[in-house]
Design a protein around this ligand. Structure first.
Ligand SMILES: [Zn+2]
Length: 341
């Protein structure tokens, strides 16, 4: 089917779309001015709307503009078809086979998600595979782990998958059921587009902790909260080796607070934060602990002993895991129960 772009544009006015999203418009001449939502403008009003021509432009940092479709594309970081679907509130096109849509994220502009938004994004969740022993081995080797039992456990629990992303073999960290935050890294350890080690999927909920689906299957178990894909795998390694009976859950980006929706699900849980030994790690702990305590969690914190190191560094350097998780060795069978049904 074809989309009648002119018809859609005629039925959705830029000023209505802006006001509908809570942006305060100030009348100026025949149009409106407001703070530019695209670059998170604090001072000034660089965003101008020509109501007659139905065009907008940011005369500040963005130096770009367009019609109402382009506006929604920029606001939501989507393609033209999806922008039209958002305006119409319904599906206009079928997805190509093999793609999977994930729920829309609430907007996290401008500051918190800036780090993640600056990366190139995959258009959809790529086709994901559980892989086989050679994939698990390769990932363990990439992370400099002594064996691949932790990767195996993560795959069985449905939080690690393998895929092809931009024609590169890659591994993904996500909750396979209810995925709303998917982080993809290259199997060769390289950067995406010479910029980022980790690439988020379009519409990611950047603040959503990955692994929560697994943790929710075992309400009594402690949650081992770490930051980043590397420490997530390292925490799984520690679990497989019996250093913790807890279930690894990862936030991505030390500056991200935990998503409110996830906090509700974590209410009253025991949480063990594994803090990376740097300034960002300390700030993340402070932020997350405050949020978790507020929903009645029983929180303890262990800081990686060596300055500048994270859990993965500590582990791959062959250092004592008891220093982080305590000496007690828990029954690994408990971990095995966290398989996907
Ligand atoms: Zn702007």
């Amino acid at each position: 089917m074809s989309i009648d772009w002119e018809d859609i544009k005629a039925r959705h006015r830029i000023e209505d779309v802006m006001e509908g999203r809570g942006f305060k418009l100030r009348r100026s001449g025949t149009g409106f001015l407001c703070k530019c939502p695209l670059h998170g403008e604090q001072k000034g009003e660089s965003f101008s709307i020509d109501t007659k021509k139905q065009l907008w432009k940011c005369f500040g940092k963005c130096q770009c503009g367009g019609d109402v479709i382009k506006l929604v594309m920029e606001l939501e970081e989507v393609g033209a078809v999806e922008a039209a679907e958002i305006l119409e509130g319904r599906r206009l096109m079928d997805d190509p086979p093999g793609t999977q849509r994930i729920p829309r994220a609430p907007r996290e502009r401008p500051q918190a998600a800036a780090e993640i938004l600056c990366m190139r994004e995959l258009p959809h969740i790529p086709k994901l595979y559980a892989g086989e022993v050679r994939h698990w081995k390769a990932l363990a080797e990439l992370r400099k782990l002594p064996h691949h039992a932790g990767v195996d456990l993560a795959v069985r629990n449905g939080v690690v998958r393998f895929c092809l992303a931009y024609e590169k073999p890659a591994w993904a960290v996500l909750d396979v059921t209810e995925p709303c935050n998917v982080q993809v890294r290259r199997m060769d350890g390289g950067l995406w587009f010479e910029r980022a080690k980790v690439m988020g999927i379009k519409h990611n909920w950047a603040r959503w902790p990955v692994g929560l689906t697994v943790a929710m299957r075992s309400p009594q178990a402690e949650i081992v909260l770490v930051e980043g894909t590397g420490d997530f795998i390292a925490a799984y390694h520690a679990a497989a080796d019996g250093h913790t009976g807890g279930i690894p859950v990862a936030m991505f980006g030390a500056s991200n607070p935990i998503h409110d929706g996830a906090l509700v699900l974590m209410e009253g849980r025991k949480v063990h934060i594994i803090e990376q030994h740097d300034e960002a790690g300390a700030l993340a702990t402070e932020r997350w602990r405050e949020q978790l305590v507020e929903v009645g969690c029983d929180v303890r914190v262990s800081k990686v002993p060596t300055e500048g190191q994270d859990l993965n560094d500590h582990l791959s350097a062959g250092r004592d895991m008891g220093a982080i998780f305590g000496q007690e060795t828990t029954n690994t069978n408990q971990q095995r129960q966290h398989h996907e049904p």
